[in-house]
Design a protein around this ligand. Sequence first.
Ligand code: ATP
Ligand code: MG
Length: 232
Amino acid sequence: MTGEPIIVARGLEKIYGFGRGALRVLKGIDLVIMRGEMVSIVGPSGAGKSTLLNLVGCLDHFQKGSLVLMGRDVSHLTVEDLAGFRNRTLGFIFQQHNLLPEFSALENIMMPLLIRRERWHEARTAALAMLEQFGLSDRAHHKPSELSGGECQRIAVGRAIVGKPDIILADEPTGSLDSVNSRNLTEILLRLGRERGCTIIIVTHDKSIASMMDRTISLVDGSIQTDTRKPE
Ligand SMILES: Nc1ncnc2c1ncn2[C@@H]1O[C@H](COP(=O)(O)OP(=O)(O)OP(=O)(O)O)[C@@H](O)[C@H]1O
Ligand SMILES: [Mg+2]
């Protein structure tokens, strides 16, 4: 940890709907996450974990409070600036891998680099190196439908990490895997993330996954209930 705050949320509120039907899903979240921290977010279903992750990932807007990522107040970015900022700064991994079905494993990993207009050859080299790390070189040209669930999730990790984003956000990334595959995937994610200096936030129901992280934040009914760091 370098001591530099990378995510600073102040009084963050998310409200769905209007008037009597309004639902206050996040009730004033204050949160500071430092560069390089490995954080898990836990809590009961409906607590607001995915909502919080989506706000931090600039995938959704909020009604009150402020959110500063890497020193930039993201609520004031234009749509175009936000798209570029997201591509460079954030990597996402979802519960279902969300790979593009018509593209191969290799092409899926290359995608974030191609979107930011890196050269095709360089994107390919970087993606092939990722596949090698995962032991999936011989699956490079397989489409997601020709891969196992665990293999797809590894490709999704590759896609999230290949562009060396500052922040990786993962929402139940091991939700569809058995416990051995879950642990393996999380180990790969943490190792690659550490090598690249990424900050990683994982939403998980799995206590053994949460215990692999440096810090665990528990969210209950839209508020942070506990925030504990592992002793160094
Ligand atoms: N688009 C929406 N419109 C209205 N309410 C919503 C919407 N999306 C989510 N909610 C509500 O917001 C609350 C928080 O949802 P969220 O998906 O963040 O929970 P979660 O903690 O991720 O739960 P889970 O562990 O089940 O994934 C829930 O009560 C949900 O019903
Ligand atoms: Mg959720």
